[in-house]
Design a protein around this ligand. Structure first.
Ligand code: NAI
Length: 671
């Protein structure tokens, strides 16, 4: 056979070894061509036939990452989308129908279509290492697992487990997959060849879920499971904002998990999802994420040794995260007792993420407390995360720069001080870059890579590469107060607090923001961030003439700083804000418009000032840095979706009432 994306070998034992090796790419994805080839391989094998088939990946990074998103985004009609979906089904059905044992050997990423191909095999074996990640993440881009995932996963592991994976898009490692019954065995990759021979020589009975799991897929139980799932989904996402999770439940409950059974007009149909703006926005966001990852590519050597100064909330967690990602980290603070809370948090993080004791220990061994700061002289990168005070930071810089090794990079995690205010004391200001992480470090994907006026392009590149190295998304930003994210977030929070002063209940303001699509309202968010931090950032960034929120001031004077002190605008109990329920019959839209507009206006200003390179990066940065309504595609996309004129009219009305903080930035003219 003449094959471009697959390699087929039949060995002396008449076992077929099929390697997925997508041409021209480091990652396996399913294009039409790759799918069609797989279909003809299945036909060919069905005709010979071998004793068994093992499907493996020839790529280092994983089994397969799913459908070719570039091809998917060139699809311009629902008919084309349906044709691509049907092709995947036809081909994977052929694999499922092969009259001999089939086995998928999974290492690294196994996402979407990759998982669906594995599910079409009779058996699955996964590498038991930390890099294996098996998922059906379609929901995250607004679509459904339409190549048989929704059909084959529920009977294999029970509908409740399958829905959990399909509705969250969450990935599981090999061991967890084995526990779920998603794979038949988890073993180190170096044993794959042996495992194939063992399984195919004496094929065991295919996996069946235990009774308690199996019951959840029984036809009579389905409506109950479906309604429970809908309830859970509804707590997180509204159907008009996010139709895909609801479509997944319907697909499983009413259509046997096969998209080909859904009538065209149904809200779960490919045509409906394809036409929905959320799908477009989420796919764009997914591609933007790839673009940001690509900005971290460089020919530079990776950071092997990181030294972090300041083991507080940020520095401690940055150090822990980098060690988790394989870097040797020395962590410095003024005294050992200031470092130990960070080490304790690191332990909790490693136990949660790595689970296996030897991996936890290895990560722990990479994180080295270093009160004397010996690491400065050895590190490839030094990140400063001490108190937010320019004078103290300058003093620190002047002291450490002469000790840093040739070619190393100095970074600051400052959230508000322009780099030019810090670089004056340096002999090599071109080697200073801002690496602005977000709190909590382990959860926030974004790192703003801040370019001072003197930062060299190579150092910017190194900053971006470091973010990518530790699996974060780099966003290059110019060094101006607030960079991008805080600058956009701050006026939104401040406006919400001014409404609070006017007597609008926090619950109503938060409900209005969630109604717009924010994952959390601004009053609750302010409490989470810490009212002292909101105050400091607000002071730094407020436009002249903007009133100071009185309730904020009073809360700070009373030392009610938010979640961390148990009380802020809300009282906090067991990590949750205590809120009054219901918002009555208040019209939430004008409230949402009023708090969102200052953020949109600031995003427009950032674009005009070229704080970030373009509108796409502005949208992605604000979404990944603040959680801004992802289904709306970010602030600039939200402006375009409703229309600039409509937003400007609302802004003029608000200006008439509230004054000049609602003056549109001049950037609106050229948007
Ligand atoms: P923090 O107060 O929790 O920690 C600062 C740590 O630095 C303390 O443990 C302190 O003992 C140590 N320190 C102070 N001077 C030092 C010196 N000369 N040498 C060694 N250690 C020293 O502060 P946090 O919140 O971690 O902030 C640190 C930096 O990160 C600040 O620049 C802040 O603006 C920035 N940042 C903070 C965010 C937040 O949400 N807290 C978010 C993003 C950036």
């Amino acid at each position: 056979m003449d094959l471009k994306h697959w390699k087929l070998e039949i060995d002396a034992d008449n076992l077929a070894w099929l390697w997925f090796d997508r041409a021209g790419s480091a990652t396996n994805t399913f294009s039409t061509e790759a799918l069609e080839e797989l279909g003809s391989i299945a036909d060919h094998l069905a005709g010979m036939p071998p004793r068994g088939l093992a499907i493996l990946s020839a790529k280092e990074n994983g089994f397969a990452a799913g459908a070719d998103i570039d091809e998917f985004t060139t699809i311009s009609s629902a008919e084309q989308a349906m044709a691509f979906t049907t092709l995947g089904n036809v081909v994977f059905d052929k694999i499922a129908a092969l009259p001999f044992p089939t086995l998928a050997m999974i290492h690294g990423f196994c996402m979407g279509g990759g998982t669906e191909l594995a599910l079409a095999c009779r058996y699955r074996i996964a590498d038991d290492g930390p890099k294996t990640k098996i998922a059906l993440p379609e929901v995250m881009i607004g679509i459904v697992p339409g190549w048989g995932g929704a059909k084959r996963m529920p009977p294999l592991i029970g509908a409740a487990n399958a829905l959990d994976l399909m509705l969250t898009g969450r990935g599981v490692d090999g061991r967890r997959a084995k526990k779920l019954g998603l794979v038949d065995a988890a073993t180190p990759r170096r044993h794959f060849a042996n495992a194939v021979r063992l399984f195919l020589a004496k094929p065991p009975a295919p996996h069946k879920p235990p009774f308690a799991a199996a019951v959840t897929d029984w036809p009579v139980v389905r409506s109950i499971v479906a309604s429970m799932s809908r309830k859970k989904v509804a707590e997180k996402a509204r159907q008009d904002h996010y139709p895909a999770p609801y479509a997944i439940i319907d697909l499983w409950k009413d259509f046997g998990g096969d998209v080909r059974n859904i009538p065209a007009g149904h809200p779960a149909s490919m045509a409906s999802l394809f036409a929905h703006p959320t799908t477009r926005n989420l796919i764009r966001l997914f591609k933007l994420q790839d673009r940001m990852k690509a900005m971290g590519k460089s020919g530079l050597p990776p950071i092997r040794h990181l030294h972090v100064i300041g083991a507080g909330a940020m520095g401690g967690d940055i150090a822990a995260w980098a060690a988790l990602k394989g870097i040797t980290v020395t962590l410095q603070d003024l005294a050992p007792e200031r470092i130990s809370p960070a080490i304790q948090r690191a332990h909790a993080l490693y136990t949660k993420r790595l689970k296996q004791p030897h991996l936890v220990q290895a990560a722990f061994d990479r994180l080295i407390p270093d009160v004397e700061g010996h690491g400065v002289a050895k590190a490839d990168l030094v990140i400063e995360a001490i108190v937010e005070n320019a004078e103290i930071k300058r003093k620190l810089f002047a002291g450490i720069e002469p000790r840093m090794k040739e070619g190393s990079i100095l970074a600051s995690n400052t959230s508000s001080i322009p780099l030019q205010e810090l670089s004056g004391v340096l002999a090599r200001p071109e080697r200073l870059v801002g690496l602005h992480f977000f709190n909590p470090v382990a959860q926030m994907m974004l790192v703003e890579i801040v370019e001072g006026p003197q930062t060299s392009p190579e150092v910017m590149q190194a900053g971006q590469a470091f973010a990518k190295q530790i699996d974060k998304l780099p966003l290059p930003c110019k060094s101006a107060p607030g960079f991008l994210v805080n600058r956009v977030l701050s006026p939104y929070l401040m406006e919400a607090m001014l409404m609070l002063d006017e007597g609008v209940p926090g619950e109503t303001i938060d409900a209005a923001a969630r109604d717009f699509g924010m994952p959390m309202g601004p009053i609750e968010l302010a409490d989470m961030v810490g009212l002292d931090i909101c105050w400091a950032v607000g002071q730094e960034l407020a436009k002249p003439g903007t009133p100071i929120p009185k309730k904020l001031q009073a809360a700070i004077e009373a030392k009610h700083l938010g979640k961390k002190t148990g009380r802020g605008f809300y009282t906090w109990s067991k990590g949750k804000a205590q809120k009054a329920s219901g918002t009555g019959s208040v019209d939430l839209k004008p409230i949402a418009d009023r708090i969102v507009l200052p953020a949109l206006n600031e995003a427009v200003a950032c674009l005009r000032e070229k704080i970030v390179a373009d509108a796409d990066l502005c949208d992605a940065g604000v979404i990944f840095g603040t959680g801004f309504a992802p289904h709306r595609g970010g602030p600039i996309s939200a402006i375009r979706e409703r229309g600039k004129e409509s937003w400007l009219r609302t802004m003029a009305e608000l200006r008439a009432v509230h004054g000049d903080r609602f003056v549109p930035d001049t950037g609106w003219d050229t948007l």
